[in-house]
Design a binder for this molecule. Structure first.
Ligand SMILES: *Cc1c(COP(=O)(O)O)cnc(C)c1O
Length: 473
């Protein structure tokens, strides 16, 4: 029989959709499956069988067309398709503010408030004292002003949105002076020159990559200059022969020429990290004290709250922004607002903030504390009692992530794993496909988990994942 005939015969054996639907009625799982999901799964299985026939007839066996086998495949696809796509994941990378893994873990208080505000009516835009329509921002405006010392504040969906909105509101059609050393790309295609173009602001670059002086800004000022912009370099650093203009110098210049000054702080923090043995990051309070008209920063980077773009500054500038119709398009939602208010509230007591905001807690963990969790994990893994498994505790360094503190090496402890007879790539992908997935890395032919970002209650999950893997081989 030639290949084409063989294919034709196999294709004739493909089950029909109606036949499988009928069969599903007698299957205890599939008869309860929502029809749209069932149909989608049946079509998927038939399509992949057809594709297998067309692509590699050799590997197809008659059994593959049997009702029970096909139905089993449908069931598998139903399970796969109905499992959540957004999964809780274990971060074994040591990168605390890991954008791909969801950035900041919310403090308990924030979670409780999300649940309350999300499940009940609230005064989201209702002024309880006047009994009239109120402002969405009032939940966080006062506390933001209290913590940062600013006159006014508002919040939007994220910091990228905050920057776009500020530029559009203040500098549309006008020149914006910015240092060449600060034209950063943050990742996820957020680039200062591109955002500037979208906002309608006209970028006027000054200085050089490594050095920009106050006179560079001053010389560039023209009648149509609408804004002086300073951008936090976030994820990179210029070292060596460098010079940059401080925000204070820039705001003094702005005052002299009556031009507003804005700073995109990127991460933004309310606490002085040098107190905890980390490098000093400029605090939002310092930027406010410098007299900038607008300061923008993220809610979910160093602040450790929900994704949000926070704007603080002078009343006049913030009022202008609130009147911009784009504000509505970047509106913060009530769940975020609930989480943000609770997170901000913790900052009233710094000691409490550092303990209860997971991002701050993980960033300020001492090596001794991390060593303790590492020893606990090592002990658990030894209990597996499999001679193929070798476990090593390694001194290492972790990163803050999220474009914050890029040069900071945080001393940490990692657990390195090797398994005799299983390649390190197989370990990595096995951990990644675990439920819940565990995200570590490969280094020096070892599977490495940085213990800084692993919570105590996750140790057993890691042990179980390795046990499953060892059983398979
Ligand atoms: C991270 C960052 C942004 C974008 O903030 P998101 O909250 O992620 O939108 C903008 N500017 C700078 C300097 C940043 O570091």
């Amino acid at each position: 029989m030639n290949l084409n005939n063989q294919k034709q015969n196999l294709l004739k054996m493909l089950p029909g959709v109606d036949h499988l639907l009928e069969l599903s009625k007698t299957n205890p799982v599939l008869k309860e499956t929502p029809r749209s999901l069932l149909l989608q799964s049946i079509r998927h299985v038939i399509d992949s069988l057809r594709k297998a026939v067309m692509d590699n007839t050799q590997d197809i066996k008659d059994e593959d067309f049997e009702d029970s086998i096909v139905l089993e495949k449908v069931k598998k696809h139903v399970d796969l398709a109905s499992a959540p796509k957004l999964k809780r994941t274990i971060n074994a990378t040591g990168v605390v503010i890991h954008t791909n893994l969801g950035r900041s873990l919310l403090p308990e208080e924030a979670i409780e408030n999300i649940s309350l505000i999300g499940s009940r009516y609230s005064n989201l835009e209702f002024d309880l004292s006047k009994g009239k329509r109120g402002s969405r921002y009032s939940a966080v405006k006062d506390i933001l002003c209290e913590i940062t010392g600013a006159d006014a504040a508002m919040v939007v969906n994220n910091n990228a949105g905050a920057v776009l909105l500020c530029l559009e509101s203040i500098a549309r059609g006008k020149k914006v002076i910015v240092s060449r050393g600060e034209l950063v790309e943050i990742g996820g295609s957020f680039r200062i020159p591109d955002v500037m173009a979208k906002s309608g602001g006209i970028m006027r670059e000054v200085g050089t990559t490594n050095r920009t002086h106050l006179r560079d800004y001053e010389d560039a000022i023209e009648n149509d200059t609408g804004l002086l912009l300073k951008v936090h370099k976030s994820n990179y650093s210029v070292v060596g022969f460098t010079s940059e203009v401080s925000l204070k110098e820039l705001t003094d210049l702005g005052k002299k020429y009556h031009i507003p000054v804005m700073e995109d702080l990127g991460s933004g923090t309310f606490i002085d990290f040098s107190k905890y043995g980390l490098v000093k990051e400029p605090r939002v309070q310092d930027s406010v004290a410098s007299g900038a008209d607008l300061i923008t920063f993220s809610g979910d980077k160093l602040l450790g709250g929900p994704q949000a773009g926070i704007i603080v500054g002078k009343k006049e500038a913030i009022t202008k922004i609130k009147q911009n119709p784009i504000t509505r398009a970047l509106r913060i939602d009530k769940l975020t607002l609930a989480a943000l208010e609770s997170t901000l509230n913790l900052y009233r007591d710094e000691e409490k903030a550092v303990k209860q905001i997971p991002t701050l807690r993980m960033l300020t963990l001492s090596v001794e504390q991390i060593k303790k969790t590492s020893s606990q994990l090592k002990k658990k893994l030894i209990q597996i009692k499999d001679t193929r498994l070798s476990i090593e505790m390694i001194n290492h360094t972790s990163r803050a992530g999220g474009g914050a503190l890029p040069l900071l090496d945080l001393p940490t402890v990692c657990i390195g794993i090797k398994i005799d007879g299983i390649s390190v790539n197989t370990i990595e992908s096995g951990m990644r496909s675990n439920s819940p997935p565990i995200i570590g890395r490969i280094e020096d032919d070892q599977y490495v988990m940085d213990m800084r970002t692993i919570q105590e209650e996750e140790l057993t999950i890691i042990k179980d994942a390795l046990m499953i893997m060892l059983k398979k081989v």
